[in-house]
Design a protein around this ligand. Structure first.
Ligand code: UD1
Length: 361
């Protein structure tokens, strides 16, 4: 007798979740026994933060868009929660899959567990141990509520074991390596997205800054912008809407020195820009790993990282002190070869197999 199809409902809403969704969609499309429903919360709504990822990474259009948009944490998360009940009642999924650590992750998780729908958390077990980060609350609450914890690294598995969640945890590898390595192969040999104000071939760094801890205090944001402007080589700053909004509110000028300010890039453009760069300055989680996977030095403007493996051998360096950014960002690549830290590029099919196995009990 033919088995009934398993219905998985993915909840995404912010840029890094669209990147993780792409390899999952691909792996699910290979499995006839899975029906996949995509819910976009609308947390990120600008075309260059959302649509461009669906188009560029060939992700099917979302089945539902909650259209929630921006707001305080409570308003944004609460609105998502209120709208999810109806969506779950209509689609009646066998499992809800949530991604990463955003307010969309938390809302998707809470709405599903309250309706007793099993939840799988992709990228489970990450910890910064910084309880002032909104992402840290989202991660911990999601992991403790979810039924299946899909951990990307052994470090993440260890964190979950320590929190008593080992029996729900599986090590699956990192789906961001799947999409990064595939895109690297696609972009190999193609020209990068070179800053237009630069002579072609001249060295440059890629920078992104968006975390609340860096953007929401005017003195700190001012010091970071000045540090980027003082670097002796061109820096391509791909400005997240939060950065633009805060710089405007604090009357801080982003352009200055050799800092070239541009809009966020589509995924394949970002990968090409990093491939052709001399290194990365960032506070993004994803970009730290992408720099590592692409063999570029990374300077992370934070006191801690969830991706501690990237720090081994000096490929990634942490600095919470803006005054130290210049020195770190100008270092050359370590002699040490990099390790295969994030899986072999096939994590998404492992994830999908785990979802099916969980469902079948
Ligand atoms: C969110 C996530 C963070 C993730 C990041 C990736 C939370 C708590 N944070 O942070 O974990 O690393 O996404 O980008 O969920 N805005 C726009 N257009 C957009 C989206 C946002 O203009 O398409 C502006 C809004 O004014 C908003 C601000 O950016 O107030 C911040 O957006 P928000 O969704 O609150 O969080 P992010 O900083 O993007």
């Amino acid at each position: 007798m033919e088995r009934a199809r398993m219905k998985v409902l993915s909840v995404v809403g912010a840029r890094p979740q669209f990147v993780k969704l792409a390899p999952i969609c691909l792996a699910m499309s290979d499995k006839a026994e899975i029906e996949h429903v995509i819910v976009h919360t609308g947390q990120h709504y600008d075309a260059n933060m959302s649509d461009v990822f669906f188009e560029g990474l060939s992700i099917p259009r979302p089945d539902v868009n909650l259209g929630v948009g921006s707001g305080t944490h409570g308003v944004q998360t609460g609105e998502m929660l209120a709208k999810m009940d109806g969506v779950l009642a209509e689609h009646r999924p066998d499992m809800v899959l949530v991604y990463g650590d955003t307010n969309s992750t938390l809302a998707g998780t809470l709405s599903a567990v309250k309706l007793q729908i099993p939840v799988a958390h992709l990228e489970a077990g990450l910890r910064s141990f910084n309880r002032t980060m909104p992402e840290e609350h989202n991660r911990i609450l999601t992991d403790h509520a979810a039924d299946l914890l899909l951990a990307p690294t052994q470090v993440a598995v260890d964190h979950l074991n320590r929190e008593g969640l080992g029996s729900r945890t599986v090590l699956v590898g990192d789906v961001m390596a799947d999409v990064c390595l595939r895109t690297r192969d696609l972009m190999e040999g193609r020209p990068g997205n070179h800053p237009s104000t630069l002579k072609h071939g001249s060295p440059y760094l890629v920078a992104t800054i968006h975390r609340a801890e860096n953007t929401d205090d005017p003195d700190r944001l001012g010091a970071i912008i000045r540090a980027l402007q003082e670097i002796e080589k061109p820096v391509m700053l791909l400005s997240h809407p939060r950065l633009v909004e805060k710089a405007r509110a604090f009357d801080l000028e982003l352009v200055g020195g050799q800092l070239v300010v541009g809009n966020p890039l589509a995924y394949h453009e970002l990968i090409a820009a990093v491939m052709h760069s001399e290194g990365v300055i960032t506070d993004s989680g994803g970009l730290q790993k992408e720099a590592y996977l692409l063999g570029k030095v990374c300077t992370t403007v934070r006191a801690e990282t969830e991706w501690v493996e990237t720090l081994d051998d000096g490929w990634n360096v942490l600095t919470a002190d803006p005054a130290a950014i210049n020195t770190f960002a100008s270092r050359s690549a370590p002699a040490e070869t990099r390790h295969c830290l994030y899986g072999d590029g096939h994590a998404a099919s492992v994830v999908v197999n785990r979802l099916v196995a969980f469902h079948r009990g």
